[in-house]
Design a protein. Structure first.
Length: 362
């Protein structure tokens, strides 16, 4: 098969011939239909987060099951599936207490051969990325890394649910548990930010403030549920939020992964408010907060993949789309071939896209 390989950080991905093993007892071979370009991939491409190289990146995808291992009962060939990087074992303490997104045993007990799933003609070892590696024409994954969806759901839109949508929507609904009528601000209107805005609208937030410097993205945010928009170039963004809300918001969501915006997210809270950090702040970087603010019971927390229970959440998101509540068509800025993947990431870095997707059947 063809796959896009990251050989060295800060270098373009290279399209190579790559081979896969046959499915093991609990593994599933998937024909990749669509793979989204996510900012998280870019973090690894730029070396902001470490990962063994060379590797086939990609983690936001949908496809069709081709083969299943001898012990797989969840899916069969022909089923349509969405992948999720938060593969779960189902037996560790976190899985057993309802937090499978924080599973601790994925590589120890479930995936002993994962490091050998991929191979290529070069002498170096080829690493799988986040148990998926979806920038490839096929994926070999554990059955607990996929969710089955109805075939009526378009696969190009379904792919978005696997990472960007569940991360933003889940941060609002699962992690922060936004209540009807509460005030929300979302800092950053890329794919994940749009999902947070759309999720806040579904959750019944009373006021949803979108923050971005891109006018086109702010315009789209209003279509997805934002009641107010703020361009940080027009002045102190914290003060703008405080002025709009008479003192601060109940919930802020930082979706850019930057030190300064994480600090702003905390500073714009009303007493008792919660800042949820969704973006991937570069590895090793620290944020600074005013200690006095904690005396008014302001809180800051992280969110991993929207605190998802993905086999429950993703079918619900499909239903939201089918009922017109989740506006996924508006998110796709470009449909690309695998050979155009570096162009897609260049457009992402330039802030020109909400989401670009690789269409493997194109």
């Amino acid at each position: 098969m063809k796959a896009a390989v990251l050989v060295e950080v800060n270098k373009p991905l290279v399209i190579e011939d790559v081979s896969l093993q046959k499915p093991g007892p609990r593994e599933v071979l998937i024909r990749t239909s669509v793979a989204g370009l996510c900012h998280s991939d870019l973090h690894f491409m730029e070396g902001l987060y470490p990962h063994p190289l060379p590797a086939v990146l990609g983690h936001e995808s949908a496809g069709i099951v081709e083969q299943v291992g001898s012990d797989v009962t969840y899916v069969k060939p022909g089923d349509h599936v969405v992948t999720c990087l938060s593969v779960f074992c189902g037996t560790c303490d976190n899985c057993s207490t309802g937090r499978p997104v924080l599973c601790t045993d994925t590589t120890v007990k479930m995936l002993p051969g994962a490091s050998n799933r991929l191979s290529w003609a070069r002498s170096e070892k080829l690493n799988q990325f986040l148990n998926l590696s979806s920038f490839a024409e096929q994926m070999l994954v554990h059955e607990n890394a996929i969710v089955k969806i109805k075939k009526e759901m378009p696969l190009d839109l379904a792919a978005l649910i696997g990472c960007g949508v569940i991360t933003g929507y889940g941060a609002v609904v699962n992690t922060a548990k936004v209540q009807p009528g509460e005030t929300v601000v979302v800092i950053g209107c890329g794919g994940v930010g749009m999902a947070a805005i759309n999720g806040a609208e579904i959750a019944g937030a009373g006021r949803i403030i979108a923050v971005d410097t891109n006018p086109a993205k702010l315009q789209l945010a209003t279509k997805l549920g934002a009641t107010d928009i703020i361009d940080p170039r027009n002045g102190d963004v914290v003060q703008q939020v405080r002025d709009l809300t008479n003192g601060g918001v109940n919930h802020s969501f930082e979706v850019l992964g930057r030190k300064e915006t994480a600090e702003q997210a905390f500073a714009m809270l009303a007493p008792g408010g919660t800042a949820t950090i969704v973006g991937m702040i570069p590895f090793g970087q620290k944020i600074e907060l005013h200690g006095f603010d904690f005396l008014r019971e302001r809180k800051i927390q992280g969110s991993s993949m929207g605190s998802n229970h993905f086999r429950v959440d993703m079918p619900r998101l499909v239903e939201f789309y089918m009922r017109g509540k989740l506006h996924l068509e508006d998110w796709i800025s470009a449909k690309l071939k695998l050979s155009e993947i570096n162009d897609g990431f260049a457009a992402m870095k330039a802030g020109k896209t909400v989401r670009s997707v690789i269409m493997f059947d194109a």
